[in-house]
Every structure is written in C-alpha cells, then in structure tokens.
Design a protein around this ligand. Structure first.
Ligand SMILES: *Cc1c(COP(=O)(O)O)cnc(C)c1O
Length: 495
C-alpha cells in the first residue's frame, strides 16, 4: 500500500456522527432517491447562529448575522433560518426571491454582489438593503428610483483596497467594492442622492484567512464612518462580510503529517500520494521544492465564531491600539457579519454509492468508482482534503483494511476524479457500500453541480431529530413547522 496510511479524518459533531451511525436510514434514502444524495441538517444551522450570537453577547455588541445564501441553495436551510432572528445575504435575483419566499422580511435581507437591473429593482422595490459596489450602481439606483417612484433605498457602501497606515499591509485586490481612495466621489453621490438613498453603513468582504488583513479593513471602515459623520451623514453599520472559515479535520497531527508527506512525495523521497503525481500547487524543480500549497487549511482550530472573536480582539493600530470590539461598542456601531461556510459547519453531508472496486495492475491501490461526479462533491474544487466515511451495506461483511484507493466519478472523462489524492480508508469498500462525505453543506453540495452527460443533479433531503430518531423529507417540502411542530418541541429554542 506504499507505507503507513495517512488518514485525514473529518471532524464530526454529535449530529453528523449520529447520522453516520444510522446505516439503514442512509441506505434506504439512497436506494429510494439515488446517488449522489445530499442531506442537510436545518437545526444545526440555528445552533451555529447561536454560537455567533454568543460572541456578540460576550462583547456587548449589537448588529445582525446574515447568512450568505450562495454557499448552499437549500430551501430547508433557508426556511429554518427564517424562523430565527438572523438575516440573509443574497447575491442574485433568484436568491432574493427565494429569501422573500422563505419568510425573510426585507429588513432582514442584504443584496450584494454583481447586480443586474431586475435584481436591483426587486431589492429596491421591497426595501431590501443594497450593498453598493460602485458609483455606477448608485447612479443606477437613482435612475430606478426616479422612474418607478421607489421608496428611499437603504444602502451600505462596499469598500476595498484598504491599507494599514505605516505598516506595509495591503489588503488583497478585490473585483468588488469601491477602492478606498475613490470614496470622495462616492460620498458626494450619496449626498447628492440624499432623497433617494439612505446611507446606513459601510462594508467589506475579503476572501482571505488573514485576521490582520480583515482587521485593517475593519479599521479602515471605522475611519470612513467618522468621515461620514463629520460630513453630516449618519451611518451606523460596519458589515465585515464573511470568510470565518471551518475546521474540517478532527486531528491536527494528521494534517501536519499529511502535508509533510505530500511534500516528500513531490520531491520523490516517498511514493506518490496523488494520481499522476499531482502536487496541489507544489512542484519539484531539480530537487528543490517550488510553488505553494493551494489547499484549504483544513485543520483550523480558530474558525467560525472563534475567528470572529479573534478579529474583534485585534488591536486597531491607527486608532490608539484598542481592540476593534471596544471601538465598535464605544461608537454604538452595529456589527454585521455575513458568514456562509462557517454558518453551515456540520450542516450536511453527501452520500455516494460505490459502483465498482478494481485492483490496479501493479496492485497495492484500488480504483473505486462512485455514482457521483466530481462536481457533486466539490471538496476538491475548494481545496478541502478530507476522508469519506465508509457506510457498509452489510456490516457483517467487514472488508479487509486499511486500503489505499483512488476515487473516480461517473463521467466519461479522465478528469472526473472525486479527488486527485490517494485516499486511505480503514476498510475496503465494496460495491453497494456508501461513501459519506461529511460537512459538504458549505459550497460543496450544489454550487458546482451540473447536468453533464444528462445525469441528474443530486436530490437534497432535510433531516432532523425527533424523539431520538432521525426524520426526513425532501428539501423543498421542509418548513419550520415540519421539524418544529412536533409535540414537546421547545419552541423557545427556535432561535
Ligand atoms: C461569498 C460571500 C460571503 C460568504 O463568504 P464565506 O467565506 O462563505 O463566509 C459573504 N459576503 C459576501 C459579499 C460574499 O460574496
């Protein structure tokens, strides 16, 4: 098998662990609804929201948590969230319609991202807050407002291009938002359109794991808010976007060992760990390691609400060095966050049936073909390396193990690899077994799903626990009354 197995075991909360132990249910569901199959856990989303809320509570901050809808298209998740006090961040016409239809009132919705006229119109018509990306977008809103006699539109100004004063820390380039340098023109437009738009605050969203970069941006926003106030505007919101991250792996040592061995494999000091010697961004140039590892930092102990807390504790170097949280509190600013991935932590899994298990000619490794396409399980696409869990069809027939396998999809395409790395499993899978990919709710379920080769997209099922047993329904048939209406359910826990 080429040495010791290098496991990357998924971190499993109580809910997912219990689901994975429900072998018969998982097989019944995939027998009936086919493979691949996505399971979402709406109640977990509500629990995650509470974790974010408790950070606000500890730091005495007010403001709103907006779920970034784009991370998962599920109706069940959205409707369950509508039954809490959270908001939702939508980035398309379809997502806005979905949110309104799920029960979110416009005061709980923010519209972000690239916006076409229909999206802008519906947002403005329903009095949803619009996170404005540019001067141009403000102009468009003003035109729409005049033409359709719309109510005054609440706007956030999304900014980018923050720079730490003194220190050479530049935030990453973004396609979105108005560069900080160009804020003058933007603020003048806000003033000129005073009877059309109401400035509620400023925003940023940075796709980075760096707390320092985000702290620099937050600090920049605080300074812009002061500027606005000195001009007589009255914005009070700082929206810090998303990107709080998820801790995917159970064991940091496994992650360390794996990445060390991957480096060795690229340098040729150990047998390959990937299909075709793929290096995930690393390469061997005459015995020297080059490039950088293009992977998600799958072991991230400080992720989600803890990451938010760390950001808030970060000192604002240009504002007296006090923690950002203290400055927000002192000015009575509302803190808005837009977590996508982090709110979906532990909120779902993807099941795929094993169709074929074949020995390679050289022996040692197994080729495992799954009833799923790479796009159905987009962990690899997001650089998340994490082992699936084998859910046997017949638990009595314990296959030998451990084994090293390569996971392939059903497309007639060499590139349809579920993952390019060699996956080590504690037992040999058999045709008919299921492989369960945990924690796929954030971006890895439906964001990349296609109908290639006229293969159907995966069904989605919502699951919840009632009286110690798991219950389910099709995603689209789920409403909060479905799981929260049972006798004895503590509706006080609805948040
Ligand atoms: C995608 C996105 C988010 C969510 O990002 P995560 O990394 O999933 O937390 C939040 N805000 C905006 C504007 C986005 O585009």
């Amino acid at each position: 098998m080429g040495g010791q197995p290098l496991y990357l075991a998924p971190r499993l909360g109580e809910g997912l662990r219990s689901l994975l132990e429900s072998r018969e249910l998982l097989h019944t569901l995939t027998d009936g609804l086919d493979s691949p199959l996505n399971l979402v856990v709406p109640d977990q989303l509500a629990a995650n929201l509470q974790q974010f809320r408790s950070v606000y509570g500890r730091r005495h901050l007010s403001g709103q948590v907006f779920f970034a809808h784009k991370a998962n298209g599920s109706s069940a998740l959205l409707r369950r969230l509508a039954a809490t006090d959270a908001g939702v961040d939508v980035s398309s016409l379809g997502e806005l319609q979905h949110a309104l239809g799920a029960g979110f009132t416009p005061d709980r919705i923010t519209a972000t991202g690239p916006k076409n006229p229909e999206f802008l119109w519906l947002a403005a018509r329903t009095s949803v807050t619009v996170a404005v990306d540019s001067r141009d977008e403000l102009d468009q809103l003003a035109v729409l407002s005049g033409k359709f006699a719309l109510p005054r539109i609440r706007v956030l100004l999304r900014l980018s291009g923050f720079e730490a004063s003194g220190v050479r820390v530049l935030s990453r380039r973004s396609r979105f938002g108005t560069p900080l340098k160009e804020r003058q023109g933007l603020l003048e437009a806000v003033e000129r359109y005073g009877d059309v738009v109401e400035l509620t605050g400023v925003a940023y969203h940075l796709d980075t794991t760096s707390v320092t970069e985000k702290a620099t941006a937050l600090e920049g926003c605080l300074r812009v808010l002061e500027e606005c106030r000195s001009r007589g505007l009255r914005p009070s919101v700082v929206d810090v976007g998303g990107g709080f991250g998820v801790d995917y792996l159970d064991d940091g040592e496994q992650w360390e060992r794996y990445t060390t061995e991957l480096t060795g494999a690229v340098l040729g000091t150990r047998p390959p760990l990937t299909w075709g010697g793929y290096g995930y961004g690393l390469r061997n140039e005459g015995g020297t390691l080059r490039g950088s590892l293009g992977l998600y930092p799958a072991h991230r102990p400080v992720a989600g609400p803890r990451y938010l807390d760390e950001l808030l504790a970060h000192p604002a170097s240009s504002l007296g060095g006090r923690p950002l949280a203290a400055l927000l509190l002192e000015h009575l600013y509302d803190l808005h966050v837009e977590p996508g991935r982090a709110l979906l932590d532990q909120c779902g899994l993807t099941l795929a049936r094993v169709l074929e298990v074949r020995e390679t000619e050289s022996g040692g490794e197994l080729l495992v073909r799954l009833a799923a396409k790479a796009d159905d399980i987009a962990l690899e696409e997001h650089g998340v390396l994490m082992d699936p869990v084998v859910v046997p069809r017949d638990p009595a027939r314990a296959g030998a193990g451990p084994v090293a396998v390569h996971l392939f999809g059903t497309l007639c395409l060499e590139a349809d690899l579920i993952t390019r790395r060699t996956v080590f499993l504690p037992r040999r899978p058999e045709p008919g077994d299921l492989l369960a990919f945990a924690n796929t709710a954030g971006y890895c379920m439906d964001f990349h799903a296609t109908h290639a080769q006229r293969q159907p997209a995966a069904h989605k099922v919502a699951v919840w626990q009632e009286g110690g047993a798991w219950r389910w329904c099709l995603d689209d048939q789920y409403w909060p009354t479905t799981s929260m209406g049972g006798v004895g359910y503590d509706v006080g826990g609805a948040q």
